[in-house]
Design a protein around this ligand. Structure first.
Ligand code: MG
Length: 413
């Protein structure tokens, strides 16, 4: 913020009343007032172990887009450490600060001050991973403001008719690598419509077999986060290591090989009976189309933050549906708005012939975050009722925000 610049407006909660009945919102676009980046120090309730290490902290970058008629919040999906599919949070934050936010402001200036429509925000940036994550963050906030202003819930905007979605849970690799800890963790998520176990070489067949023996009817998937390297690596190959999983009734083996390796996954899929899922390999809607075309996946785990936002994710879900490949929405330890959007998108993953979608990682953040400044609906058994209030579906609690803010940066339009 430049010296002498006006301070950011105070936080507003809920739907902002229109100033007068004279301006139908569809006719008069909202004027962009400014954008605030808010860094939050969030913590996980317990460490989550994956093949890439244990996550303990969840520093979060939230973004607030203020217009003259409503404001909206978005959140960045990037984690503190980069993964093969995603840049780290600092890289995306720098990109937002130096490139994406100035572009949104510049786009408003070329429109006489009007904020760009949310559906166009993904097109303001490039196609690198940081561009996509930044676009997803900004688009979410612009969309939230747009929906609050017009009094529309996200589900209605996207044509979702379902009122609730089934919810899945993820169980990490226990820190002590004990079967007792693993079985206890699976029991703890007994509410879930499916459980996704993290695996890696050395922690795969035996633990999954133990879970299957203890929970014979559980809908079970495994996720290797690319830990089995390349198909042709020395030693026992991925196919030999993973083949015993074929007898354990899994719905999916997710991202066994290092991303992207669509050819390797296609070859591995031909050697296993369990459908292979891709996650880290799916870095863009185009990559989703390529994976479908190459027969590299039988299931897609889609992460809207990685794909560039809500609208690119809708496109990717459409490609999967056309190909007859089931998709589900994965999570990145979101704090509120991102997860609410993912829940609605999860409903769009329902099969064309009707029925429930595959359960997504859309459980309430309160289950894994020690605190969050955003509201979120509670679970009802293994289901989540989709938000019906205007906006993305997650509101800011300004009082809760204050204790969690590390720093903030306001840029006036
Ligand atoms: Mg995954």
């Amino acid at each position: 913020m430049a010296l002498g610049a006006p301070p950011p407006p105070a936080y507003r909660v809920g739907v902002v009343e229109r100033r007068s009945g004279a301006e139908p919102p569809e006719v008069a676009p909202a004027t962009l007032v400014g954008v605030e980046l808010v860094w939050l120090d969030l913590r996980l309730r317990a460490p989550v172990g994956t093949s890439a290490g244990a996550h303990l902290q969840r520093p979060l970058l939230a973004v607030r887009v203020v217009t003259d008629q409503a404001e909206g919040w978005g959140e960045c999906g990037a984690l503190p450490a980069a993964t093969p599919g995603d840049p780290d949070l600092d890289v995306v934050a720098r990109h937002l600060q130096q490139v994406a936010v100035p572009r949104l402001i510049q786009a408003a200036r070329t429109r006489g001050g009007a904020v760009a429509p949310a559906a166009l925000v993904s097109h303001l940036g490039g196609t690198r991973p940081a561009d996509r994550h930044a676009a997803a963050t900004l688009q979410m906030a612009v969309l939230d403001a747009e929906l609050r202003r017009s009094g529309t819930p996200l589900g209605a905007r996207l044509g979702v008719t379902a009122t609730s979605v089934p919810v899945g849970a993820v169980v990490g690799i226990p820190r002590d690598r004990s079967m007792a800890a693993l079985l206890h963790a699976v029991e703890d998520v007994g509410w879930a419509a499916r459980v996704r176990l993290k695996i890696e070489p050395g922690w795969d067949v035996e633990p999954v077999r133990a879970v299957r023996a203890a929970f014979p009817d559980l809908a079970l998937q495994v996720d290797a986060n690319g830990a089995y390297g390349r198909l042709a690596d020395g030693g026992p190959g991925a196919a030999e290591r993973l083949a015993p999983l074929d007898d354990l009734g899994l719905t999916c083996i997710e991202q066994p090989l290092a991303p992207p390796d669509l050819a390797g996954h296609a070859e591995l899929a031909a050697r296993l009976r369990t459908p292979l899922g891709l996650d880290e390999s799916l870095t863009s809607p185009r990559r989703v189309r390529d994976a479908l075309r190459y027969g590299a996946m039988g299931v897609a785990c889609l992460k809207p933050a990685r794909l560039g936002g809500v609208f690119p994710a809708v496109g990717a879900l459409g490609h999967c549906r056309e190909a007859g490949v089931p998709a589900f929405v994965g999570g990145l330890f979101e704090a509120g708005p991102g997860r609410a959007a993912n829940a609605v998108l999860s409903a769009l993953a329902a099969p064309a012939e009707g029925g429930d979608p595959w359960p997504g990682d859309v459980a309430p953040p309160a289950g894994y975050l020690a605190a969050t400044p955003f509201t979120f609906p509670a679970l009802q058994g293994c289901r989540l009722a989709l938000p019906t209030t205007p906006g993305i579906g997650s509101d800011l609690d300004p009082a809760a925000l204050e204790g969690l803010v590390a720093r903030r940066r306001w840029t006036a339009a």
